[in-house]
Ligand binder design. Sequence first.
Ligand code: MN
Length: 207
Amino acid sequence: MLTQKNITSMRAAFTLPALPYAPDALEPVISRETMELHHGKHLQAYVNTLNTLVKGTEYEMSNLEEIVCKAPAGPLFDNAGQVLNHTLYFEQFRPVGADGPSVPEGLLAEAVRSAFGSFDLLKEKMGAASTGLFGSGWVWLAQDVQGGLEIVRCPNGGNPVTQGLVPLLCFDVWEHAYYVDYRNRRADHVAALWQIVDWRVVAGRMR
Ligand code: MN
């Protein structure tokens, strides 16, 4: 007989989100080797660990965002955060020179101008936030409840949803994201990422 406990433990396991492009499609900004390690090994490990840690907890039926917003600091929060963050990260890119806008458009462009003055100033501020983050973490462009934009720095696996903000764009500044291709040059890596941002995906995250 199915008890409530049996039913609630039947949520499908978290799985590795598929890349929306080939593993070498973002070269030379992100190499195939980095992609295979970062997506295929690091993210897969976070997914596996999350599935192990969530078993038997009150979060067994929760989605990623719910776990990140409700779980206390600790391994479950860290791994759920990393799965959510990397899902947003990998889906926000497209190959260099692919179809689509190379700068923010429409409402997003207006919001960028209103918050930062210009797209160039946003790039400058996100670059400075990335190089200034000590250790491992994430730099986010996030939207507040009034629709305004801000740059948020999160250590480790943090995500601005825990502050009631909507994550729009993220830069992973863990060394595993860039060390194969850029060695210690985090600033060069972050500067190159602007070439592969899919602004339609980013604009589609606005609420
Ligand atoms: Mn990463």
